[in-house]
Every structure is written in C-alpha cells, then in structure tokens.
Write a new protein. Structure first.
Length: 301
C-alpha cells in the first residue's frame, strides 16, 4: 500500500543521511596491517546488523507473531499445524522484507561510497601489477598497501600506484553496490508479481480487502482505547469514590494504608480463570475488595 511505500522511502532516506553523517564524523581508516579489514568490515556489517534488528523490533507484526504463541501452538491440531506454519512463514517473510530496507540501503550506500571497502581490502591488492616496490618482502608489501587509504603515509614514489589501486578498489566497490541494488529491486518486483499471480482475489477485490483491513484496525484501536479507559475508570472510581473528570463530586473516598499498599509495587499479568486475567494491582483489588471505608463529603461552596 501507499503507507508502506512511503514508510520504506522515509527509512531509506534517513539511512542514507545517517550513513553520510556517520562516515564524516566517525570513520577513519587505521591504515595498519591486519586492522584495516576488521575496521572496514565492522563499519560495513555492524550498523547493517543493528538496523536489521531495529527493523524487526519496530514492526508490530513481529510482536503479533511471537507474543503468546507458545500455549497457542500446543492446542493446534495436526491438520491445522501445516497451514499455521505456512501462515507464519508468509508473515515472517513479509516482516523480513520490511526489516531489510534500512540495512540494504546502508550496504548499498557504503559500497557506492567506496571508503569502507577500500580500507578493508587495500592490503590484499597485488601491488606488483603496477610496477611498484618489486623487490620487497610479502610482509613489507602488505604494510605498504595498508597505508594506501591514508595518502599522507604513502611514499612519494608510490603515489601513482596508490592512485591506481584506489581507483580499482572504488570501481569494485561501486559495482558491488549497484549489483546489490539491482538484485534487491528484481527480487522485490518478482516477489510482488508471484504474490499477485497466486492471489485468489481480483485486483479490485484485493483493493477492497486492503481498505477493509486498514479501517478495521483503526476502528479496533479506537474501540480498544475507549473500552480500556471505561473499564479502568470503574476501578479508579471504586478506589477514590468518584469518576475522573466529573464536575459535581459530592464525596471522595479515603483509601486506607493497607489499600495503598495493595495497589503499589510491581505485578505481572495475573490469571484469574481459564478466560480472564487481572491487568494490574488496582484491577485485582477492585475485583476482590468491597469499596467500604472512609468517605469525605465535599463542600460545594
């Protein structure tokens, strides 16, 4: 839908901006043998991994998929288990597709930029191809190549070789970045085509179904907010003796020390019976205790 496209575009733009700022303020190649590869791959992979995890965590479908499913699967019969697994796989693929937007954008932008790739693999370029330092040992050659990302550390006689190596590595990095973008675009397009081909709904029927699901979710959220507010209001009224927001309050209830202690502290969701739960300590108190105690009349003047 339009909302998904807009959200993905915003995520991609924010990722590009963050990558540029991240590179400008934090990236500085160590230009040392053995450290370049670790440093470059860390800047390539770790932020992408973090963005992937954040993408999973910020998707409501992730929590809908995993919350409370252990006990539910225990009750699923064998004929329905295969269908349930197919649905879970389908939803998981959808969640993964959304979560991959930011990390793929990060990898593509960093590869097109080329700085991280140059830092990571500079010491593995065959330097003798460029006719430079032919009579040095392998370790010395690696040390020289490791300094290539830092132009101020390169000897003057190797400046030309250094420029050629940097051009080669930048070319490789940018080609890899554009290939990654092409593979992702083709994969997404083919996935949508296959999903549309195997859909049991016509084009207009699918649009109607999408609209229905969107409206149902909005109405459900509104009803949830209002229902929970009204339900909680009954328990608050029982504890304090009046409805919050009332203009003509005749009396208020003075809770006892024991009652204050009963609703204070930490509590998990408490199971009352097979179908019902207590949502809080105040909820538990309101269902168990009678609203006796001390009341104080309010002077209207």
């Amino acid at each position: 839908g339009k909302e998904v496209v807009i959200a993905n575009a915003i995520i991609a733009i924010l990722t590009i901006g963050g990558q540029q700022l991240f590179s400008f303020f934090t990236f500085s190649c160590p230009c040392h043998v053995g450290q370049n590869l670790i440093y470059g791959l860390a800047f390539l992979g770790v932020p992408a991994l973090i963005l992937l995890i954040v993408g999973y965590a910020l998707n409501n479908q992730t929590w809908r998929l995993v919350t409370g499913k252990r006990s539910h699967f225990e009750k699923v019969t064998s004929p329905n288990r295969l269908l349930k697994c197919k649905l879970v796989c389908f939803v998981l693929c959808s969640i993964t597709g959304r979560a991959l937007v930011a990390p793929v954008t990060w990898l593509a932008v960093t590869l097109i930029n080329g700085s991280y790739y140059i830092c990571a693999v500079s010491e593995y370029v065959p330097l003798y191809y460029y006719g430079a330092a032919p009579n040095v040992t392998a370790s010395e050659r690696s040390r020289i190549l490791a300094t290539f990302p830092c132009s101020q550390l390169v000897p003057p006689e190797l400046t030309r070789a250094r420029d050629e190596v940097i051009l080669l590595l930048r070319y490789q990095s940018q080609v890899a970045g554009w290939l990654l973008i092409a593979v992702v675009v083709i994969t997404v397009f083919l996935s949508y085509c296959l999903a549309s081909c195997f859909s049991p709904l016509s084009f207009l029927h699918f649009r109607y179904w999408s609209s229905y699901v969107h409206n149902e979710q909005e109405l459900f959220d509104e009803a949830t907010e209002q229902h929970s507010r009204l339900y909680a209001m009954q328990h608050v009224k029982k504890f304090f003796g009046f409805v919050p927001g009332s203009e003509n309050v005749k009396e208020i209830r003075i809770p006892s020390l024991r009652e204050w202690q009963a609703i204070s502290g930490l509590a998990f969701l408490k199971r009352v019976d097979e179908e019902h739960y207590d949502y809080s300590l105040l909820h538990d108190w309101a269902l168990k205790e009678r609203a006796n105690g001390k009341y104080l009349r309010i002077n209207e003047d």
